[in-house]
Design a protein around this ligand. Structure first.
Ligand SMILES: [Zn+2]
Length: 100
């Protein structure tokens, strides 16, 4: 029985991670597409200082929390709406994963 619960918890965690990534991508689409920008290029940058965001600073939810919602280089606040979209995505992903 514990193996089943571990597997189920892992599936829910993966669903949450996938959902958070989808939420992060949705934020990117909402930010770029209305301005005619590409969703593939350029890589993520700080809206204030223009610094390229490193991979380790671009992990949904975790990076926002580690950086306390601020750019690593210039300390400008990262909109909480981006974090909220990632959290909503994670919750939605976890909910969907409970069906499996
Ligand atoms: Zn910055």
């Amino acid at each position: 029985m514990p193996d089943v619960m571990l597997l189920r918890g892992s599936v829910i965690l993966l669903g949450a991670a996938f959902g958070a990534a989808c939420g992060s991508f949705a934020a990117l689409v909402v930010d770029r597409v209305p301005q005619g920008g590409s969703i593939l290029h350029p890589p993520s940058t700080c809206a204030s200082c223009g610094a390229r965001i490193a991979v380790y600073d671009n992990i949904p939810i975790i990076s926002w929390l580690v950086l306390r919602g601020r750019c690593r280089r210039c300390a400008t606040a990262i909109p909480v709406s981006l974090f909220a979209l990632e959290v909503v995505g994670a919750l939605a992903g976890a909910c969907v994963a409970t069906w499996f």
